[in-house]
Design a protein around this ligand. Sequence first.
Ligand SMILES: Cc1ncc(COP(=O)(O)O)c(C=O)c1O
Length: 352
Amino acid sequence: MYYINENARDLLRIGYHVNRRDFLRLDLNENPGGLPEEFIRNVLSEIDPCFISEYPEMEEFIDTLADFVGVEPSNLCIVNGSSEGIRHIIEAFTAPGGKILGVTPSYAMFEVYSKMYGRNFISVNYTEDLMMPIENILEKMTPDIQLMILVNPNNPMGNAYTEDEFRTLLAKAKEMEITVLVDEAYHYFYPDTFIKYAVNDDHVLISRTFSKLFSLAGLRLGCVIGSPSSAKVLNNLCTPHNVNAVSMLFARKMMESPEIVHQLIDKHREGRVFLQNWLIEHGYEFRGENGNFIFIRQKTDADRIVERMETEKKILIKSYDGIGKFGKCLRVSTAERKFMEQFVEALEELDK
Ligand SMILES: Cc1ncc(COP(=O)(O)O)c(C=O)c1O
């Protein structure tokens, strides 16, 4: 008998813009400038035919990554972008019909995966003034929830949980036997981490990505950090040789080049400060304390600005609706100064 997975058939997925290369891309929180050309060429020069023809060897990469994040190799599951890791976490630690708790708005794939696997996503909404008091999360925690997802800092809102707040949430999660995932995709733009809670606890997991600060989104590489036994469960769900050799080579070389990582952080910070100062000087309200993105409350029409940015200025940004008192507003990735200058020049012209 023919069978089709109805969750997959009926799933609503957004289409991504094609030919994004012709644009200044400030819509998906990538690094629009990319890594230094010289670094790219040097890494490529190490690739010989056998490197491509053989199945990838993961050991050297995993050892380097474990050292880099301060865990043991047995704490890691390597994935094709952290979005794949999140999917494995949902497969492993929630059951069909089970409940997943998260905040809204947040990274869209939490809800997409919940639908894909027939789980129920329970939302905690931000307040009108764009805050997420943890009391609102605590209130929604019930023993029938199997997974709670916290994003630190959250995309697109930019808020981060303090360690005290996290400990309070974790204590209640323990009481109710809820697995906790902390998505740290924007780590390095924001220095704090809750990794230490995950390494020995079977019910706390951290996801990380090489797509954001490390500027390797095109290579699709990420990891999940958990206790050895939960990392093993996740590794059991991976396809054989799941991550490609080129991605791991680039990521390893990045971890071995701290000067490039520092440069990326500094350049981003300079661009972000420039943008924030410009917005203040020009009377804009904005939000998004951490991460490489910002919400801007435009003065005219958000959709029209997004459209004209694309067609007239060749700049991609996003509009978000229902952002508390901001209503519909602009979300813009922050990046090095020259890109922020290009953006504000366009905004000045289009938002009047
Ligand atoms: C919060 C968050 N988590 C995860 C991801 C996925 O990143 P990737 O699959 O590229 O690692 C994103 C991407 O924008 C994100 O914003």
